[in-house]
Write a protein that binds this ligand. Sequence first.
Ligand SMILES: Nc1nc2c(ncn2[C@@H]2O[C@H](COP(=O)(O)OP(=O)(O)OP(=O)(O)O)[C@@H](O)[C@H]2O)c(=O)[nH]1
Length: 671
Amino acid sequence: MDIGDDFADWDFTGGEIEVLRSKAHEPLMKSRAWKCSVCTCYNDKKSTSCDICGVSQSSFIRYSSPTEIEVDSRLRKCELSKLARSLFSSKPQRLPKLDISYEDFQDFLRFGGPCRAYTAPRSKRSIHIVPFKFDTPSPDDVVSTGLKSAKTFLKVDTLHLTKSQSDAKEKEKKTTSLSENTSANSSTGIEEETKSLSENLQKLNLEKDHAPSKTKKPRPKPQYKPEKWMLTGQEPGSRSQLNLAIVGHVDSGKSTLCGRLLHLHGQISNNQMHKYEKEAKDKRKGSFAYAWAMDESSDERERGVTMTVSVKYFDSKNYHVVLLDSPGHKDFVPNLISGTAQADAAILVVDASIGAFEAGMVGMTGMGQTKEHAQIIRSFGLEHLIVAVNKLDSVEYSQERFDLIKLQLGSFLRSCGFKESGLKWVPLSTMENQNLVARPSDVRLSSWYNGGCLLDAIDFIPPPSRYISNPLILPICDIISSRTLGQLAVSGKLEAGAIRVGSKVIVMPPGTVATVRTIERNGANCNVARAGDNVCVGLQNIGDDQLTSGGTLCHVDFPVRIASILELKIFVLEMSTPILVGFQVEFHVHHAKASARVEKIISLIDQRTGEVLKKAPRMLSGKQSAIIIVHLDREVCVEEFATFRALGRVFLRSSGSTIAVGIVNRILERS
Ligand SMILES: Nc1nc2c(ncn2[C@@H]2O[C@H](COP(=O)(O)OP(=O)(O)OP(=O)(O)O)[C@@H](O)[C@H]2O)c(=O)[nH]1
């Protein structure tokens, strides 16, 4: 495919629809073009269909100057989608596609940083991120309003809403004036117009948001020197912590697998297990008994669906393993993103039953949950993945079925950037306790499988690296309160540095200095916590309106940056809707979420080399890489990926699907 030629046909700079509609250009255009009666843009007379909306020239040749109502009704007759109508966009099949192979994803995801580690503060702790009601708008919306804390804690209301709302309005005003200014610019000829528009936009951005005179010069950072107590290593005899995200298609058996592992390691007593079985049977959900160990809320148990990320732990031979049982349903992917932000490695649970594996691969849109979860895991830089091929009992422990799954899913995982050496394939049945913590006893499996069990595969994962000698960074996952922690506490994983009781920390935003009152790790009080630990930190000298999930506790001299205008390097996942300038997306970074607008598409880039393939492309579609600028409706804690990876990985979502993954290339606005 000749990429250049194909793209030339569809090349417009962002905002061109406004420009093409401008009456000022009509005389020039009229001389060499036909006017589309739908979107009113002018096309080359050789074109048989409209470059903007894709409608054929002949369909409307008899019309002139249609009214909006006429346009709408004609488009409806044309069977264009609602979105296509609203955007005057081209028909999907006509979108040019770059010939970028999925191997390119591998290079893109080579941002993959070293693994991190983590401990859960208490065995019964859950990251209850989204209180879900099926009659409320959408979990994606709900997640932004705050993360629901563990059952064992009382949730503190996030009183930040009013501030965020006013901030959002402020940003909206800015954006409106920006686009007004943009559309006001005009010159003669399409090329000149698009060029000047692009320059103006750049100028506006620079002048409005990044003018040197308006930007405070960051004061030179003092050299960070960790204190001696921060660096003291692990206590003798204690295991390293391994934070394991359990992901996979809905109903693939994730919670059952976690429940089984906990029971087999004595974390759930026989009495407790008996109780779960009885309660599950009473609710006619007998098969969910093990899942109930993880799904503790009544909503989750009632529906048999995990909605939040549950955190439980057990000790293996090499690790203190923290299980992060994630929801599999597509509605709860934002929770999965927030939970997986803390993982060192992952188990991807696949349902081997006939039809279920296929649904996980293809889904409704061609991108099933198994694929989406695998991509999210890889985009977090995780390199070690155990693929647990579950429910093999339902296919008589067929080796052929296992091999087929390994073949099909394996090629997709490699295309995501997982190396063969980072993948471990484990056939099992959690229901029949086959190959979980010991060699399989069922001859139908043991006759052809000689590899290790799931527990061996977990112990085989190399120890994660930690940023202990960096300044403190603790992204806030949840805001909690308890009798032992006090009225104001936060939970989360220390991404870098260390804290101890009595330490001063700066809470970003708003930049208030607070004092660490208590620290809890693994459900017990401790004096010091270091990078990799998952802790609850009780704070004093701070108001509850100054704490918000998605915020960050930092070293007082080294606060992380907060910003709302970011330059991102993204990789667009398979999707049905093209990304255009002005596109509204949901922006995710660590535990923070914000609404965002695609302000500018700077360039289409080569995945491997980073070389600019095209400047200011009109739109982005699946499997393309690009540099874009996004404008968030509120400021979030963020760092450039090159500076600190954990705060520089981003996800863009729209209409309930992850549409792009990427990194923060530059922070364009700094508070
Ligand atoms: N036959 C069979 N059924 C299983 C196996 N593992 C789990 N199940 C059943 O699959 C159903 C779903 O199990 P869960 O553990 O809730 O699945 P999940 O992936 O956690 O579900 P979500 O978190 O809601 O996505 C339950 O009825 C389980 O009993 C297995 O190995 N074999």
